[in-house]
Unconditional design. Structure first.
Length: 338
């Protein structure tokens, strides 16, 4: 897949997820097979750029190119300014958020709420594309849903508007804003969007295995796939899907020792990125996801895993947390990862 000057050799993209796809997680997913990793959404409100949250979200030290940064907002000029600001801080691709269904985002008419106003979509896309055109060859991509409500699936219209404004790739989640993350994603609208535009289309929604990846590619003819929640606690999902798509054969699942090594590397990166105090707190949810991501921990021993999560939530010391993870994963019987 080609996005501007960037050839994405592996057509698998880590979806932007607030509170999840920070720099340590993006770097790990890239190492384990993702062809592109999109940052957590960054605000277009300049009054918030001085905060610790914003500072960390523009920290791309050591990331592999191309660096894709998602911006969120509702005002075209604010979005244009935010795009230039992020390019100045290392962004090589700017992604516009029109897919987030969160109430606090939609309440201010940002995220997927923008899909209700097609004229505003056009103004935002045009403003951002024009803004970064002055900064060099910086492509702009767009993340959308199929529409705001089931009764108003205007994804095809939005896609055509985006292409006309100079958007160079489009990621589509196969749900409306109304559906949030409930039910099953549908792919017919993504297929219709792929037929309607010439720019690359990235299919997103419920892709959690190589077999599902093949199904979605068959149904949509998409140029790439975007994986979000299924990568939480399973960052190796990218290499598994990439291997099976390329060879037709499944990749042997990682051993518990590999999983433990990746988790420990992830924890060390979190401690370094956030500092030990906050790093311990951020690590808790990732540790839980890694446990859930192993089939052996979803069998009768599940209560033991739950006891471990509760114990982890009470730990505030880096060394103690890390040692607890080492012991827990050492004691697990070797088994396939989910």
């Amino acid at each position: 897949m080609q996005i501007g000057p960037y050839r994405i050799a592996v057509p698998l993209v880590l979806a932007p997820m607030a509170g999840v796809t920070d720099r340590p997680f993006r770097q790990l997913c890239r190492r384990l097979g993702a062809g592109l990793a999109v940052s957590e959404m960054t605000t277009s409100d300049a009054s918030l750029w001085h905060t610790e949250k914003s500072r960390l979200r523009i920290d791309h030290d050591g990331e592999s190119a191309p660096i894709s940064v998602q911006i969120a907002g509702y005002d075209p000029q604010q979005m244009a300014t935010a795009a230039r600001y992020n390019v100045a801080h290392g962004a090589q691709i700017i992604d516009i958020n029109m897919g987030c269904p969160a109430k606090k985002v939609c309440r201010v008419d940002a995220g997927s709420a923008l899909l209700r106003d097609e004229a505003l979509v056009a103004r935002i896309c045009a403003a951002v594309v024009a803004a970064v055109a002055k900064e060099g060859n910086i492509p702009v991509t767009l993340k959308i849903r199929t529409g705001y409500t089931r009764a108003q699936k205007n994804g095809v219209t939005i896609a055509r508007i985006a292409e006309d404004c100079g958007i160079q790739a489009l990621a589509v989640h196969g749900r409306t804003r109304e559906e949030q993350y409930g039910g099953a994603a549908e792919y017919e609208t993504i297929a219709a969007i792929k037929q309607a535009v010439r720019i690359p289309v990235i299919a997103n929604g419920d892709i959690d295995s190589a077999s599902k990846a093949r199904q979605v590619l068959r149904l949509t003819a998409a140029d790439a796939l975007m994986i979000g929640r299924a990568a939480q606690g399973r960052p190796w999902i990218f290499r598994e899907i990439a291997h099976e798509l390329a060879t037709g054969a499944p990749l042997a699942p990682p051993s518990r020792f590999e999983i433990r090594r990746w988790l420990l590397e992830h924890l060390d990166a979190l401690y370094a990125f956030y500092g030990e105090g906050r790093g311990v707190r951020v690590a808790r949810k990732h540790i839980q996801w890694y446990c859930v991501g192993q089939r052996s921990l979803q069998q009768p021993g599940r209560s033991e895993a739950e006891a471990f999560w509760h114990a982890i939530n009470g730990i505030t010391d880096v060394a103690v947390q890390r040692a607890a993870v080492v012991r827990f994963f050492e004691d697990r019987p070797d088994s396939a990862a989910a």
